[in-house]
Design a protein around this ligand. Structure first.
Ligand SMILES: [Zn+2]
Length: 410
């Protein structure tokens, strides 16, 4: 049993949890001033004000949380952090006026990351990924979803999934890693059709990953010209029969009805949503599927953003994630991305924090975290600040205190 006391504020999100993350308001942050918390390794046992710690917990060893704020753990529910190589030259080309086709012609794009990923050994990929996870944790992010999707052969996708499994074991319990299997990310050039790639790689690779215990969910890039409606629906039916949790990339370049498909198949989340239409909005508001926006991608590419305001106002559960990847968003700092997104997308502080904690945990199906309530998993983030507003007000300044989290788990 352990405790933390003298915290300036504890953000419990009790009100947000009661509303299941929909329409979060300032009062739903349910902040405790001068707070304390008692927990064991599995659950939160007590939470309240420092001066009202019950007698039965007075002898617990308490860490001193002075000058700090405790929040539900920040969750980055969408990253592609297992990759080889570097695509900084594409960024330069883009700033100089090149478009997607020019970059592809010059040998760039996702298939170039595939090539550079496949040139590295499993150990080399693992070492790179360790550094990336540690960096993400330094911003106060404690649960990180990691996708495969740059291997694009059976063996290489499994290799990337094994890297993710090793990360999971290495960082447990301090950092929780969630493994999403995504060979349906792009189609390498040697396949005559998407169907051929599905049959020869996606299905057999997923079967093997499942048998090896390598995946927590599957994901697919649903888009015209990539994995279209028929291919996607067939895959989602198959995944549902296998009992696999589903995540999806949807409605990024066109309104493809991806959000509706995600809701229909009870996906954990559908991500991107730049072009989501009225039908998608309608279906999401009725569903548990979390609408995940990835504003870093729009900032990085200079492209428009998802209609976050509309999604929240219609009643969807909205999460914000980084989309950290080598091509379209080379930024791993979800707190910074949210700081920028809130004023640009007209999000309130309550919507921002629900989006990176409670709803982000929901986007991974982690129902026992995301709020700090008795019985919930003791997963939290710690920041050096007097009030919550300070954390994202100081945009680009890291207020997180990962060393404090290390003490919690020591
Ligand atoms: Zn993605």
């Amino acid at each position: 049993m352990k405790g933390i006391k003298n915290l300036n504020q504890i953000l419990t999100l009790e009100g947000v949890a009661k509303k299941n993350g929909r329409h979060p308001k300032r009062e739903d942050l349910s902040i405790i001033e001068d707070g304390a918390i008692v927990f064991n390794k599995d659950e939160i046992l007590w939470i309240g004000k420092t001066d009202s710690i019950p007698l039965e917990y007075q002898d617990v060893s308490f860490l001193d949380g002075s000058n700090r704020i405790l929040t539900p753990e920040i969750v980055d529910s969408h990253t592609h952090l297992v990759f080889g190589g570097d695509r900084s030259w594409e960024y330069g080309m883009r700033l100089d006026g090149a478009d997607y086709q020019d970059i592809a012609k010059a040998g760039g794009g996702i298939l170039s990351t595939m090539r550079m990923t496949n040139e590295l050994s499993e150990d080399e990929l693992y070492e790179l990924a360790i550094e990336r996870v540690q960096k993400i944790h330094s911003y106060g992010v404690g649960t990180i979803e990691v996708k495969t999707g740059y291997g694009l052969t059976i063996e290489s996708e499994l290799r990337c999934a094994r890297v993710i499994k090793r990360l999971k074991e290495k960082f447990n319990p301090k950092i929780k890693i969630f493994s999403t299997f995504m060979p349906a990310h792009a189609v390498p050039k040697q396949y005559k059709s998407v169907k051929e790639y599905m049959d020869q790689v996606v299905y057999p690779a997923t079967e093997k990953a499942l048998a090896e215990g390598l995946l927590d969910a599957v994901d697919i890039f649903h888009e015209v010209g990539y994995f279209d409606n028929a291919i996607t629906e067939e895959f989602l039916n198959w995944a549902t029969e296998k009992g696999l949790p589903i995540k999806m990339h949807v409605d990024e370049f066109n309104d493809n009805g991806g959000a509706s498909l995600a809701a229909k198949f009870k996906a954990l989340s559908c991500d991107h949503l730049l072009c989501v239409g009225d039908k998608g909005l309608e279906d999401l508001k009725e569903s548990e599927t979390v609408a995940t926006i990835l504003p870093g991608t729009g900032f990085f590419l200079g492209k428009p953003q998802a209609p976050a305001r509309k999604l929240i106002d219609s009643g969807a559960r909205l999460a914000i994630a980084s989309d950290y990847n080598p091509g379209s968003c080379h930024c791993d700092n979800l707190v910074l991305i949210s700081s920028l997104a809130a004023p640009h997308m007209n999000l309130s502080l309550a919507e921002l924090w629900s989006g990176i904690t409670y709803n982000a945990a929901g986007a991974l199906g982690l129902d026992n975290q995301g709020s700090l309530l008795i019985g919930q998993s003791p997963r939290f983030s710690v920041f050096q600040a007097k009030i919550l507003d300070e954390i994202t007000y100081n945009w680009g300044v890291n207020k997180a205190d990962p060393d404090f989290i290390t003490q919690v788990y020591s």
